[in-house]
Design a protein around this ligand. Structure first.
Ligand code: FAD
Length: 547
């Protein structure tokens, strides 16, 4: 080994260290070996998923001394595997290899599929649930004890556990464009909170953090639960629950290869209680495959996406938007211009500018991409997240099952949402020119590179705002197993238990009755912390706390 190599600082790998300590992990291809899970298992609580809701739940339940099994469809990967390469990350860590779309094919949908779920690949922006959203949940869904004050201590626990705080570094150049432009147009820019500890500012949150700085479930709650004796089955798909009357008797699981093909015989796991945390889209699908009761036809309905618009700008200075914390500045100015149930509001942020992401998600194709590649180091990418689910013309999408039993999501880009898309493009273009952009190109197939705010304004007014022409995507999936105070309005009770199945709880983003108008991870953590604390108390008699 050269002197230079031996001096290289080593990054601890909490997963490899945990496995060496004897964690009970099955179904993994670690070290090239397939460790088949036992054909039958039994536990106190069986958790499906290992993402935001599942991780928090697993830690709290194991703290209460309960015997837990976690079943995760995706692979176990860790910092030693994360090499900041899109080609590896999308295929290994994302649902449908990063290619998930709504059934209309108008929107790519990013979701994680690996240990840690979407938290392993998310961009680390951390927001409490907006008060205006909680007001709607109270008035329309009877969730009157979910006020900002009542949730305050739960937010605080989550923030302590996951090291959430204001981003203390300078914004990277990509976020600084947003900061400067927002200031100039009077759309107050705000520093973001992030869940990171000792961040190296590499910019690869979305590809798996190679330094374990992002406080995802992969490096926090899942290791904590495994240290407390939990069992983790990876590359194991929860296929269906066996129902007996108003109870779940068992879960049938299928070990799978990375590509989703079966890998060995199915297994049956029994438990006293079952927690479903497979994320919005997949959680309702598992209940559908199981024939779960749905007397009010609400299962898989009202699935929200924060439809997200993009606008790219070529700046005079180098931006290198692939480097540095991908999100550290935001503006909620355009979220609050209308009442929450009026014309759709939107939140402004930035996206990391990795090459494949930038070439596929900014609109255009073929020869048009040549100049974009040339301008790549100078490219700023702004995004606008539409707050869907608050207006009658924004009812969200519907989950159904494909012929092979996997999940599909129908989600229509309505005229109501597309009107918001036009306003979002206008605001982002104005902001980008105010920050000094040489050219701006809204994410729209009829758009071109515009050289001035006046030219962009006139052109955006003429664009046809229609599905396929308007570039829209999403990394925020919410709803489908909605919480409500009455069975006729939701799938799940306010304590997280299914209205019809007595020993089944849902603890993930599918619980949201609407989108939230902010990046959702903290809301998932907080709901899961509150619900799992109650569940731990009722199952074990013990009071536990996350942090
Ligand atoms: C690229 C990206 C960037 C994001 N950036 C941010 C951000 O900056 N800030 C923020 O607040 N939010 C962000 N999010 C969203 C946030 O991470 C999610 O809202 C949150 O993780 C959802 O939590 P969840 O528990 O509902 O599901 P997930 O965290 O997605 O976890 C669900 C898990 O269940 C597993 N699963 C599903 N079905 C089955 C099954 N049948 N059997 C076994 N396992 C199953 C999945 O593989 C997955 O691992 C981002 C998401 C993505 C994809």
């Amino acid at each position: 080994m050269s002197q230079e190599q031996s001096n290289k600082p080593k990054i601890a790998d909490p997963i490899k260290e945990g496995l060496a300590r004897g964690w009970k992990v099955f179904g993994t291809e670690l070290d090239g070996a397939f460790r088949a899970p036992p054909a039958q298992l039994d536990c106190d609580v069986l958790i499906v998923g290992s993402g935001a809701g599942a991780g928090i739940t697993a830690e709290l339940l194991t703290k209460a001394g309960l015997k837990i099994i976690i079943v995760e469809e995706g692979p176990l990967r860790s910092s030693s595997d994360f090499r900041q390469l899109e080609a590896e990350a999308y295929g290994q860590l994302y649902q449908e290899a990063g290619g998930r779309k709504n059934t209309e094919q108008t929107m790519p949908i990013l979701q994680g599929r690996c240990v840690g779920g979407s938290t392993t690949v998310n961009w680390a922006g951390a927001f409490r649930t907006p008060a205006s959203t909680l007001e709607v949940w109270a008035s329309k869904y009877g969730l009157s004890d979910m006020t900002p004050a009542a949730l305050g201590p739960w937010f605080e626990q989550v923030e302590r556990r996951l090291n959430i705080g204001e981003w203390m570094g300078e914004p990277n150049a990509n976020n600084d464009v947003l900061r400067r432009g927002a200031l100039k147009i009077g759309a107050e820019p705000v520093k973001m909170h992030r869940n990171v500890k000792g961040c190296w500012n590499l910019g690869s949150c979305g590809l798996g953090c190679p330094t374990n700085a992002k406080q995802s479930m992969l490096v926090t709650t899942i290791p904590a639960a495994l240290d407390l004796g939990a069992t983790l089955l990876v590359q194991t798909r929860a296929q269906r629950y066996e129902l007996q009357g108003d109870r779940v008797a068992a879960l049938i699981c299928q070990p799978i290869h990375l590509n989703g093909d079966a890998n060995g015989a199915p297994l049956r796991i029994t438990a006293k209680h079952f927690v479903l945390a497979g994320g919005a889209i997949n959680s309702p699908a598992l209940l559908m495959r199981s024939g779960a009761p749905d007397p009010h036809k609400l299962l898989g309905k009202r699935t929200f996406l924060h439809p997200t618009l993009v606008s790219s700008a070529v700046m005079p200075e180098a931006v290198q938007g692939w480097a540095g914390a991908p999100m550290s500045v935001f503006s909620d100015h355009f979220l609050h211009q209308h009442p929450v149930d009026g014309p759709v509001g939107f939140k402004l942020e930035t996206a990391p500018v990795h090459p494949a992401f930038a070439m596929t998600n900014l609109g255009g194709f073929g020869a048009e991409l040549g100049p974009r590649v040339k301008a790549y180091p100078h490219t700023h990418v702004g995004i606008a997240l539409l707050r869907d689910g608050f207006h009658a013309e924004s009812p969200g999408g519907t989950v159904s099952l494909k012929s092979d039993g996997s999940a599909a999501l129908a989600y229509t880009l309505s005229d109501y949402l597309l009107e918001g898309a036009r306003r979002a493009h206008l605001s982002m273009a104005e902001l980008q020119f105010a920050a000094g952009a040489k050219t701006v190109r809204p994410g729209h197939e009829q758009a071109a590179d515009y050289g001035s705010w006046e030219a962009a304004k006139a052109a955006i007014a003429r664009l046809d705002y229609k599905p396929f022409l308007t570039v829209v995507g999403s990394a925020h999936v919410m709803g489908g197993c909605s919480l409500a105070a009455e069975a006729s309005r939701g799938v799940v009770q306010p304590d997280g238990r299914h209205w019809q199945l007595k020993n089944l709880s849902v603890h993930d983003g599918s619980l949201f009755p609407t989108s939230i108008g902010a990046n959702p991870q903290v809301t998932v953590y907080t709901l899961a912390a509150r619900l799992a604390t109650g569940l731990a108390q009722s199952l074990s008699g013990k009071a536990v706390q996350l942090a």
